[in-house]
Design a protein around this ligand. Structure first.
Ligand SMILES: C[S@@+](CC[C@H](N)C(=O)[O-])C[C@H]1O[C@@H](n2cnc3c(N)ncnc32)[C@H](O)[C@@H]1O
Length: 181
């Protein structure tokens, strides 16, 4: 089973805190194994994500402060491939790019930007695939969600999260949870 880790580049703590939190929580909820906040440190963000994981279960790691260059280098050295989500990439609906990523059988580091990304991200020294979730600009959170959902074919939505302290009991109406102390 191929694993996915998400690298968020360009986070500005004052400006992007909420959106980056959403990107990390989307990564966790939709099947990624971990999250790398590259080139910067944001303790508050780390706390939020780790608290969610502690309460809602599952295995999900959060790391920050490492440069994107060394993360990409280490990832490739371990045999993984890199997918850069960008509006300029190969359209994941209109091309076989997702099939090619699956066919590689390798673990995937998915890079999402924030502000304008370094142009090296587009080069084959960094990204094995530049993937567009449609060729219209939208959001890193939306792009990541669609990519993960297509990659895992929706199965991630039904998976259980081990050692959860809080579990939702799905209801037709109202809100029901089981809370374990
Ligand atoms: C809001 S965009 C800003 C991009 C920035 N203005 C630039 O020119 O590079 C932030 C991130 O969302 C992701 N993104 C936005 N639209 C996308 C699309 N259609 N397909 C894939 N990723 C997309 C990319 O990862 C991008 O780096």
């Amino acid at each position: 089973m191929q694993e996915i880790v998400v690298l968020r580049w360009g986070h500005r703590p004052q400006r992007d805190a909420r959106l980056t939190t959403h990107v990390a929580l989307t990564a966790r909820a939709l099947g990624a194994s971990g999250f790398l906040l590259s080139d910067t440190v944001d303790k508050k963000l780390e706390e939020t994500v780790e608290k969610v994981t502690a309460n809602w279960g599952g295995k999900f790691f959060f790391e920050m402060g490492t440069t994107w260059k060394s993360s990409v280098r280490d990832w490739k050295a371990k045999g993984g491939i890199v997918v850069h989500l960008t509006v300029y990439g190969e359209n994941m609906q209109a091309s076989p790019v997702l099939y090619r990523i699956r066919q590689s059988g390798k673990n995937v580091l998915v890079i999402v930007g924030s502000q304008k990304v370094p142009k090296e991200f587009f080069s084959d020294g960094v990204s094995d695939f530049n993937v567009a979730v449609g060729n219209q600009p939208h959001s890193e959170c939306a792009a990541l969600a669609v990519f993960l959902d297509r990659f895992f074919e929706g199965k991630e939505l039904a998976k259980g999260f081990q050692k959860a302290k809080i579990k939702v009991v799905p209801q037709e109406r109202g809100k029901k949870t089981i809370v374990e102390c």
